[in-house]
Write a protein that binds this ligand. Structure first.
Ligand code: NOJ
Length: 529
């Protein structure tokens, strides 16, 4: 049984916009809110009905907006609050939803709260952050080095799980909980339809178990944010590393009033040992992981967040697919593997025309704090060439390069020189070229999303996997009220696939018309019975 609220969410198709690199309309080389508005009809045409907008708030940009200096105002380079209001209204006119990025775990050190907090031990903001006379443990920052920083002004150490300029908020202080509730309400009052919640599992620390996440108050805090009547209807997706289904239930079962869903990251660990170190691995592993979560989510009536790419990882197609000769086939195969499952699809900008990793020769061509710091660390034990190779593979700048809309000047992203070097393959892989090609990834995405939109069996149907573990393919069915779809994705070399059906093929990436037979690499067939 799927509740009405969940049915509503299952109809969402969310497109992730990284605003800095999406579309520049005022000629400063940096994307802006008006650039998002300008592309709404394009996104509608693709079949998207919601946008997750990465942070666009006032920020010194040490971590590209994940270091917020004012939760209620917009970064000058991106525009104004009025632009965001216009974005909301233009989206709502088109029946689209806006999901903002909420960053509750930390602020920028430029935030007024921190500026006040660091001034003394007895000011109204003194307990808004974690201050101690000594580091409390050996926690490491995600961007290299200790997570504890000494502050001369206050004469104490504070905790920063990310850069030193991103101090962690002290959620043990009820005033902090209230502040972030107010931030949520501010945006809901402006009309936003939901939030993607950055590292939400870190807002409660487990000091006893020496973990800077999953602390004892985590569920109370999330409930305090989203369980209130005022916001109970909005869509929320947590960035949260929950490892088992019971944990996921505790975060996102509807009756708990916490999150609508959360990103489950197991499949992103395929194809690498750590983020920057490649490991050859078959898509079979990805298939087994997503099939497992699909089944578990279905059994518990939970929503599965369906995604391959985001702003924090190298492009999935370059790691787990083929970003060379079979780029079209593998991009379309991944789309069928993920977006015909039950859940909410998330598409990251550029994915819809098969954008791959970008290759660069010098660290000067990178911007991301994580990549720059880890490069320095790598160079302590390897040559710069080896280090840059790893950065090219795993860098968060892969998906953050300015969008390649065309093969023309600045990739059609801006009239001015872009804020960071363009994607190395933009002349070959860009939306315009793709749409003019017979093998258009964009057109395939449109078809997939149309099938999804128009068929309850794809939106709500039961999932069942048919392929066996040893097979180099993923064959699954989606069934609802007597109607069934069969999806065949062959991802290894040629396979013989035979399926009992009287149905017809409604979409294929190789122009196939017979259901059974030899399937070529990354071949897809979608069958309606
Ligand atoms: C996760 C975000 O996705 C990432 O981009 C950011 O650097 C960290 N959280 C810190 O906010």
């Amino acid at each position: 049984m799927i509740s009405e609220q969940y049915k509503k969410f299952l109809s969402y198709v969310i497109y992730q916009v990284y605003p800095r690199s999406f579309n520049d309309t005022n000629g400063d080389g940096i994307g802006d809110i008006n650039g998002v508005i300008e592309k709404l009809d394009y996104l509608k045409e693709l079949g998207v009905n919601a946008i997750w907008l990465c942070p666009c708030y006032k920020s010194p940009n040490d971590d590209n907006g994940y270091d917020i200096a004012d939760y209620r105002d917009i970064m000058d380079e991106f525009g104004t609050l009025d632009d965001v209001k216009r974005l909301i209204s233009e989206m709502h006119k088109r029946d689209m939803k806006l999901i903002m990025d909420l960053v509750p775990n930390h602020t920028s050190s430029e935030h007024e709260w921190f500026k006040q907090s660091r001034m003394s031990k007895d000011n109204p903001y003194s307990d808004y952050y974690y201050w101690f006379d000594e580091p409390q443990n050996d926690w490491q920052s995600c961007f290299c080095g200790s997570a504890w920083e000494y502050d001369e002004q206050r004469g104490q150490y504070y905790l920063h799980s990310y850069a030193p300029s991103q101090p962690d908020l002290n959620w043990e202080n009820p005033k902090v909980v209230k502040e972030i509730q107010d931030v949520v309400d501010f945006w809901v009052d402006l009309g936003v339809d939901g939030f993607r919640c950055d590292v939400i599992d870190q807002i409660s620390k487990d000091w006893e178990r020496n973990l800077n996440c999953f602390g004892p108050q985590l569920h109370d805090h999330i409930h305090a944010l989203f369980g209130r009547d005022k916001v109970r209807h909005i869509f929320t997706v947590g960035e949260c590393w929950a490892g088992d289904i019971d944990e996921i239930v505790r975060h996102s079962a509807y009756e708990r009033g916490e999150l609508s869903t959360l990103f489950q990251f197991d499949h992103l660990a395929c194809g690498c040992t750590t983020k920057f170190r490649k490991k050859p691995e078959s898509l079979k592993s990805v298939r087994d992981i997503i099939a497992k979560w699909q089944t578990l989510n279905q059994e518990r009536d939970l929503i599965h967040a369906l995604f391959t790419d985001n702003h924090d990882n190298g492009r999935f197609i370059s790691r787990m697919g083929n970003d060379g000769e079979l780029r079209y086939e593998s991009a379309t195969c991944l789309a069928a593997m993920f977006y015909l499952l039950r859940g909410v699809p998330f598409i990251y900008q550029g994915q819809e025309f098969g954008l791959t990793n970008s290759h660069h020769h010098s660290i000067d061509e990178f911007d991301d704090i994580e990549s720059v710091n880890i490069y320095k660390y790598f160079c302590e034990s390897m040559t710069p060439e080896e280090a840059i190779d790893k950065i090219n593979f795993g860098s968060r700048d892969n998906p953050r390069r300015p969008m390649s809309w065309t093969a023309g000047k600045n990739g059609g992203f801006s009239d001015a020189e872009p804020w960071m070097p363009l994607h190395s393959r933009y002349k070959e892989i860009n939306l315009e070229t793709d749409r003019n090609s017979e093998k258009s990834v964009f057109n395939f995405y449109r078809e997939i999303l149309k099938i999804r939109r128009e068929n309850d069996a794809i939106l709500y149907g039961d999932f069942e996997v048919i392929s066996k573990q040893e097979d180099g393919n993923f064959v699954f069915t989606r069934t609802y009220e007597g109607k069934r779809f069969i999806v065949i994705c062959n991802f290894e070399d040629e396979s013989e696939i035979s399926v009992e059906t009287s149905g017809k093929i409604i979409l294929s990436n190789y122009g196939r018309d017979a259901v059974s037979g030899t399937y070529r690499p990354y071949e897809v067939a979608i069958i309606e019975e």
